[in-house]
Design a protein. Structure first.
Ligand SMILES: [Zn+2]
Length: 303
């Protein structure tokens, strides 16, 4: 007999073995927690409310060929080797059960998700330039023409495999007006606030929050100097009231690249950026694409 069974070992030996084992488990555990999982492109939080984003996990190993929400194409993302539908929900959506059509080589199937209710606050704004609240007749012609251009930019679709779903803040400033507010201009009801306002001094740089392509720039009646960036698969961002526009339509921009500066063009009460995020042609809460620290006032726990 050359080897002693473990149980026969002296007590101190058993104790140190136990300590070493526990330490190893602890060290391995710490390492596992800190090792980033490969290809874990971050997803927005699941926030299925009017003006929110539903992140719906799909039961499929292959990338679906196409996903439709009603008639609109939906963004498809991969996270930790699972496929997800990332669906923009319009502010006008009523709470309840909604469905997606998921098309693949095996056929077409329906996937359901629930939209929960969310109440938005009301805001009353006084605009000194009355023409910006009740436009003149010739202004209306311009507004109608511009609306077509704006709508077509916001519903732009381009096929792109990896769409950036975590943005940088486009401008250092104060959040001056939240997304979704029910608005009254000079006591008259208008559409709810479709973006996030960030106030900063005139001339402050505005940066692209993620890689994308400039699909339109212009000077619009309400929005002032405006830029639209296409990030792929129906994710489009919009920058309004700018002082200067520093990019050209058709060019690619990198995350963090300066695209213009803060201004007060169009319908404004002071210098700020109106930042809009469009997903499957509906305007959604921009904070959902920002790092978690900016989402503290959104009640994500309910969903
Ligand atoms: Zn705004």
């Amino acid at each position: 007999m050359t080897k002693k069974p473990l149980l026969m070992a002296p007590r101190w030996h058993v104790k140190s073995l136990l300590i070493i084992s526990l330490l190893s488990i602890f060290v391995i555990g710490v390492l596992l927690i800190n090792i980033p999982v490969a290809h874990a492109s971050p997803l927005p939080p699941n926030y299925p409310v009017p003006g929110g984003i539903a992140v719906v996990k799909l039961d499929s190993k292959q990338r679906p060929a196409q996903i439709l929400y009603g008639k609109r194409k939906v963004l498809v993302a991969n996270h930790n080797n699972n496929w997800y539908a990332v669906v923009g929900i319009s502010l006008a959506t009523k709470a309840g059960k909604k469905s997606l059509t998921v098309k693949s080589s095996a056929g077409s199937k329906t996937v359901y998700f629930d939209v929960h209710d969310k109440k938005y606050k009301t805001q009353y704004i006084t605009i000194k330039d009355k023409r910006k609240v009740n436009p003149y007749k010739n202004d209306l012609d311009r507004i109608i023409k511009e609306k077509k251009v704006i709508v077509s930019a916001l519903r732009h679709w381009s096929d792109k495999e990896n769409v950036p779903l975590q943005f940088k803040l486009p401008v250092a400033g104060r959040f001056s007006s939240p997304f979704g507010l029910k608005r009254f201009f000079n006591q008259q009801a208008r559409k709810p606030h479709s973006g996030l306002d960030i106030a900063a001094a005139e001339g402050t740089p505005i940066l692209a929050p993620a890689d994308g392509k400039i699909i339109n720039t212009g000077d619009y009646f309400f929005n002032g100097n405006t830029i639209f960036i296409d990030h792929g698969q129906g994710l489009v961002t919009m920058y309004c009231h700018m002082n200067s526009i520093e990019v050209k339509t058709g060019t690619q921009v990198k995350s963090g690249q300066q695209i213009g500066t803060i201004g007060m063009t169009g319908r404004v009460t002071g210098p700020h950026l109106h930042w809009g995020v469009s997903l499957n042609n509906v305007r959604v809460e921009p904070k959902l694409l920002l790092p978690k620290q900016y989402q503290q006032d959104l009640d994500l726990s309910l969903h």
